[in-house]
Design a protein around this ligand. Sequence first.
Ligand code: PLP
Length: 444
Amino acid sequence: MTSAPSYLFYQSRNPRPFLDRGEGIYLFDEDGKRYIDGSSGAMVSNIGHSNQRVLAKIKAQMDKATFGYRLHFRTHPSEDLAAKTVAMTPDGLDRVFFVSGGSEAVESAVKLARQYAITQGQGERYKVISRFPSYHGCTLGALDLTGYAPLREPFSPMMRGMPKIGAPATYLDRSNLSEEQLGLKYAELLRDRILEEGPQSVLAFVMEPVGGASTGALVAPDSYYGRVREICDEFGVLLIYDEVMTGAGRTGKFLAAEHWGITPDIVAMSKGFGAGYAPLGAIIAGARLVEPVLDAGGFQHGFTYAGNPLACSAGLAVLEEMEEQKLIENAARMGDVLMAELQTLMDQYPFIGDVRGKGLLTAFEFVADRTTMEPLNPKLNAYDRLVELAYARGLIIYSRRTRGGTAGDHFLVAPPLIITEDQVHELMAILRDALDAFAAEVGL
Ligand code: PLP
């Protein structure tokens, strides 16, 4: 089946088998081989595959109307999904704008920030500070904010080049500071950069509250989050949380921001929001930001498919399922089980230098030396090899190179939020087997 000719292309040629079907945390290829979806695809399939209750609700909407343009009709699925989203989101975030994916969400967030600034007589603010490494999407505007070298470099002359500050990769920081001091140290990078750029030119700061593909589930010390909020307030800089990966319960709260009691000015969501049942994303902002923009003539932005009833009916069904099955609570509980298991890997495999994450967004990183945290030799292509060894054994995990994308192999383990404790152990048994095979192969 894999040898059938293909007219499709992605980032590279696709050697994978054909997908047949999904069921809960499992996917099956056309030869009947079963895989644990240990990364929920790309941290998308939060409620698992082929949820029949969700499918029935989507089918019911299909029978009524699959598309109704928002300038011609209001639709119940979009209004109801917006209301449900606001109900699940902390106070202060009560206006929703729908999109179809994460890059669209990030770009929409930046454009809303910009239009809001104009209504406040601050049209000179246009710079959006982000972090390096980071990932915020692959359209040229979102790539402006992304701090990931292999994705940026080919297109760099076409981008504006927004200012970047170092991500709080404190596990690589060898200074003798306490956790709290480290958090403050990395937050101060933002303050320094705002001052350097000129506060009157800085529109927003965008950050992933828990890092995704580019940093491997990087969590900053607690002190970082509050200090960043304070710094943004001090200079009137809008704080945008890119919760495309972390939102919709992945980290054990509906928004990761809730772990630190932070209310960002704008939140970008996607991935688990539609959970693979529809291409869906959203930005959520406070009325404080949105109303002045509407009063000034409206948000000059919008995509054809934004808020379409089919995608919104899927999103609504996904959120209802998350509530009914208490999946956010399960993500917190199973996240603890998974994290405890991952930490035991450090005893067994000296080339694992760090284990981190929050809820069911977890990662481990390979190093050559735990004292210096020097990365494993990039020529070993560990990020590729371990994924292949796991895949052959029926486990899908997600890998990237961190540290700007040039070194530092890390692996994301982020199964659907429906996972049970037995299934976490099943996943870990295959992962250990793959790690053993990797260690034997490269002689570690
Ligand atoms: N922002 C973050 C944090 C992401 O993880 C991603 C995707 O991985 C995006 C934005 C871009 O989302 P999409 O691929 O749906 O455009």
